[in-house]
Design a protein around this ligand. Structure first.
Ligand code: GRF
Length: 208
């Protein structure tokens, strides 16, 4: 059974999707054993507590140097024996120590079809604003591993979502979450926990 640490900053609907999938028996070989928030007021913490999941708060601003923060987060994850780290709306940049310690063991959910609308500055509503500004007719979400390149790690699963006339960034964000993010993030986590993802040259292969 793999220990899953979920890192959050906000509402935690992706965390909720993971909790619900685990409850439905869809993550057979993994268990969320800790939720770590960058924000003490995140509603995601309440979702964890409602489900008796251990919680921690770690704030970048409590550390003078970024290196100290990076070390503290790495040690916190190690102290929880994390086998997998899931970024579910985590708004603080990860440092090189945590990324190298958990190489190919950190999964992020991004609200676009990478490589479109991703990289530095593309987070939250900005991603959907950019998709609408470009006029693309299809967007979606991507579950991918995290490496040192922002949104550049191996892609695990993608799901497309239609853009409709009159969409606002908020409306599109909601559709992408409902139709894609909440669906593919638990699937990617389940595949990881079942050891079904092989990575070669930055490309994943899913074993049937
Ligand atoms: C999601 O849109 C996710 O793709 C992005 O941040 C948002 C988090 O929402 N990385 P929530 O906290 O899971 O509700």
């Amino acid at each position: 059974m793999k220990n899953i640490a979920v890192l959050v900053s906000g509402g935690g609907t992706n965390l909720q999707a993971l909790i619900d999938a685990e409850k439905r028996g869809e993550i057979k070989n993994g268990k969320i054993n800790c939720v770590i928030s960058s924000n003490p007021d995140a509603y995601a913490l309440k979702r964890a507590q409602n489900n008796s999941i251990h919680t921690e708060v770690i704030r970048r601003k409590d550390y003078a140097r970024f290196d100290d923060y990076d070390k503290a987060l790495t040690e916190l994850l190690q102290s929880r024996n994390a086998d997998l780290v899931v970024l579910a709306g985590f708004m603080t940049i990860l440092g090189s120590r945590v990324i190298s310690t958990f190489k190919n063991k950190i999964i992020n959910i991004h609200p676009s079809l990478i490589p479109s609308f991703c990289g530095e500055g593309f987070y939250g509503l900005r991603v959907h604003e950019a998709a609408l500004a470009k006029g693309v007719k299809v967007t979606g979400a991507t579950a991918h591993f995290v490496n040192e390149v922002c949104d550049g790690g191996p892609i695990i699963i993608q799901k497309a979502v239609e853009i409709k006339n009159g969409d606002t960034p908020q409306v599109l964000q909601k559709r992408v979450m409902e139709q894609a993010e909440w669906n593919i993030l638990p699937k990617a986590v389940s595949l990881f926990c079942d050891d079904k993802i092989i990575i070669k040259n930055n490309i994943t292969e899913i074993i049937d």
